[in-house]
Design a binder for this molecule. Structure first.
Ligand code: IPM
Ligand code: MN
Length: 362
């Protein structure tokens, strides 16, 4: 079986890191003939040229593909009259219209990376942030009001169905893992602000209803403000963390900061029928085109894509390839030679890619 991958390279460092990931996948023995990469335009630069950040042809191709691989989108200053960024429409449209409700962001401290948390070494931070990706504060995108240039509103939207499906996903993920590093306990932590807002209290209530079907997994709760401290003080306590869209956006960046920064932040955004893979970082326009961007986040996102396709289509060769790519990234980082400038190393983007390619072949 051959899988079609819709590729959108996007803005800033997007093209470099996306090309890096494709180069690595094509280097995995036997994989190139199974993947058909088809490139389409979208993003801020495309908006600047055409007035459309997400052309219909691109959207349709993403919808039809087996999976979608993205570099990065958005450029500062390329905004709509209301001040929001035009380039972000591509990814947000995919999330909402392809119903990519589960945004999985693995937080792992790889070998060779020095965490700013001085008590934690590689192998001691490894948990998942599962961000609800279609509701919450983000559901207001383009729907908020501006009145008389004086009043602005955005509304939080939470549905029972939305909570149930993301919560189930969190518990299913926990079942497939070996528990938190600290104590080996399988644990799902809900990150919310249920002490203050009704929407979050409702989230917690429905979360608890779903949790009742998973007595084998510990349930845990943290208010988002406290969570920012816990993720710094005791990252090894966490196994799977589930959060509303905006909170998930924020805590996943904080978490990335503990394992090497945004360059080390893969993500996989999936629903029941579609999958969209990109690093959680932005387009970093100030370092674009300099061959210094860290490609590992996108390479690891591409590995998540392989695993997702492999599981859906019961194709072990892709699941194996995912494993090979992840191991190669870890080895490249651990050897020190795959560390880019942001990680304290001196590898260029292409040095890092070359090394990972050699490792996937060996
Ligand atoms: C992310 C990004 C996006 C978000 C932007 C690019 C719309 O920050 O994927 O985390 O805010 O969700
Ligand atoms: Mn973000």
């Amino acid at each position: 079986m051959k899988y079609t991958i819709a590729v959108i390279k996007g803005d800033g460092i997007g093209p470099e890191v996306c090309t890096a990931a494709i180069t690595v996948l094509q280097a995995v023995p036997g994989l190139a003939s199974k993947l058909d990469f088809c490139e389409y335009p979208a993003g801020a630069e495309h908006y600047r040229l055409t007035g459309d950040a997400c052309p219909k042809a691109t959207f349709d191709a993403c919808k039809a593909a087996h999976a979608i691989l993205h570099g990065a989108a958005g450029l500062p200053g390329v905004t709509y009259p209301d001040g929001t960024e035009a380039g972000l429409d591509f990814g947000l449209k995919l999330r909402f219209e392809l119903d990519l409700y589960a945004n999985l962001r693995p937080i792992k401290l790889h070998p060779g990376i020095v965490s700013p948390l001085r008590h934690f070494s590689p192998g001691q931070i490894d948990y998942l942030v599962l961000r609800e990706n279609t509701e919450g504060m983000y559901a207001s995108r383009s729907g908020g009001t501006i009145l008389r240039d004086e009043i602005a509103t955005d509304t939080m939207l939470i549905t029972r169905k939305g909570i149930e499906r993301i919560t189930r996903r969190a518990f299913e993920l926990a079942r497939m893992r070996n528990g938190a590093l600290r104590d080996g306990k399988r644990r799902v932590t809900l990150c919310d602000k249920a002490n203050v807002l009704r929407s979050y209290a409702f989230f917690r209530k429905v979360f608890n209803e779903v949790a009742a079907s998973y007595p084998d997994i510990e349930t845990d709760y943290a208010y988002v403000d406290a969570m920012t401290v816990y993720l710094v003080e005791r990252p090894d306590f966490y196994d799977v963390i589930v959060a509303e869209n905006l909170f998930g956006d924020i805590i996943s960046d904080l978490a990335a900061g503990t394992v090497g920064g945004m360059g080390m932040s893969p993500s996989g955004e999936t629903g029941d029928d579609h999958g969209f893979f990109q690093a959680s970082h932005g387009s970093a326009p100030t370092i674009a085109g300099k061959n210094i961007a860290n490609p590992h986040g996108t390479i690891l996102s591409a590995a998540m894509m392989l695993r997702w396709i492999g599981e859906r289509h019961v194709d072990q060769s892709l699941t194996d390839a995912a494993q090979i790519v992840e191991a190669a990234v870890s080895q490249a980082l651990g050897s020190g030679t795959g560390l880019t400038q942001d990680l304290g190393g001196s590898a260029s983007t292409s040095d890092a890619v070359r090394l990972v390619c050699q490792l996937v072949k060996s």
